[in-house]
Design a binder for this molecule. Structure first.
Ligand code: F6P
Length: 308
């Protein structure tokens, strides 16, 4: 996200516009927690994970009064346009500001990659690389001890991180929220790996699946399903966030942030800036908040075929 913040500020400055940072997301917007930021304030942030502006979940912004108060704060500081960097929750808030007539442009950013209007979102590549590193390391223990390891990755109700990390990490099975997993079938897959002489089995489980990693382990134990491999679960959790951003993420953040600034300066507000089929795109926020982004069927098919 820092690459995007930097690109918004520096593009704005290059176009002769005054630029501000809003601290702590929508709660900072409601409290008027703003600071004038210029080009020099953006020095040495592109290589840092997270966001220098901070972030917050803000229930108050989900009320009409909260949104109105935020708009009053913005007007009070002479701010007449806002760039919102974030995922579904943030863009839903951006759409509320739009509905009340405030000019806002969204930037597609979430590790979950579940946001309609961009094929890929800021943070996904970095989070995937963290998950992959962990899977590679876990595979060493799994092979040394002849174990089945169930690795849980983030993603809310979306299986994108699990699917991609599972394919790139060579998992024996992948469990997704989009396809209801039958524990017996997962166990069969693991057992089959054992019977064919594999030294390990890695199962990547999405946190939003019906059975999470621990849930599956419990089910296997209670139903006496696995013979041969010992099995354990590992939850990667917040480790997947905050890493040094990859090159792909720095470039994506830069591209989306700069384009968002250009769009808002040009008066083209009420849209989300994203990348579709490699090209920069704008999608109306009202479509973004209702749109669904399905998993790529090619990868779904490949995952099943290649796990052998
Ligand atoms: O949306 C990003 C994400 O990291 C999800 O993958 C995860 O489920 C959630 O945020 C965790 O949210 P919180 O930080 O509020 O616990």
């Amino acid at each position: 996200m820092n690459a995007a913040i930097r690109a918004v500020i520096r593009t704005g400055q290059a176009r002769g516009v005054n630029t501000w940072g809003v601290y702590q997301g929508y709660s900072g917007l409601i409290e008027g927690n703003f600071k004038r930021l210029g080009t020099r304030d953006m020095g040495s942030i592109i290589q840092r994970g997270g966001t220098v502006l901070g972030s917050a979940r803000c229930p108050e912004f989900q009320t009409e009064e909260g949104v109105e108060l935020a708009i009053r704060r913005l007007h009070g500081s002479g701010i007449d346009g806002l760039v919102v960097i974030g995922g579904n929750g943030s863009q839903t808030g951006a759409n509320e500001l739009r509905k009340m007539g405030f000019p806002v442009v969204g930037v597609a950013s979430t590790i979950d990659n579940d946001l309609y209007g961009s094929d890929v979102t800021i943070g996904v590549d970095t989070a995937l690389n963290v998950a992959l590193n962990a899977i590679d390391n876990l595979k060493v223990t799994a092979s040394s001890h002849r174990r089945a390891l169930l690795v849980e990755v983030m993603g809310r109700k979306c299986g994108y991180l699990a699917l991609m990390a599972g394919i790139a990490g060579g998992a024996e099975a992948i469990v997704l929220p989009e396809i209801e997993a039958v524990p017996e079938q997962v166990a069969e897959r693991i057992q089959d790996s054992y019977d064919r002489g594999k030294p390990h089995a890695i199962v990547v489980v999405a946190e939003g699946a019906k059975y999470n990693a621990e849930g599956l382990c419990r089910y296997f134990r209670e139903h006496g399903l696995l013979h041969g491999f010992e099995f354990r679960s590992t939850v990667l959790g917040y480790v997947q966030r905050g890493a040094v951003p990859t090159c792909a993420d720095r470039l994506l953040g830069t591209r989306l942030g700069s384009e968002a600034a250009e769009q808002i300066i040009a008066g083209n507000a009420g849209v989300l800036v994203g990348v579709c089929k490699g090209e920069l795109t704008t999608t109306p926020l009202e479509e973004v908040v209702v749109g669904k982004k399905p998993l790529d069927p090619w990868f779904l098919k490949a995952a099943d075929m290649l796990a052998r």
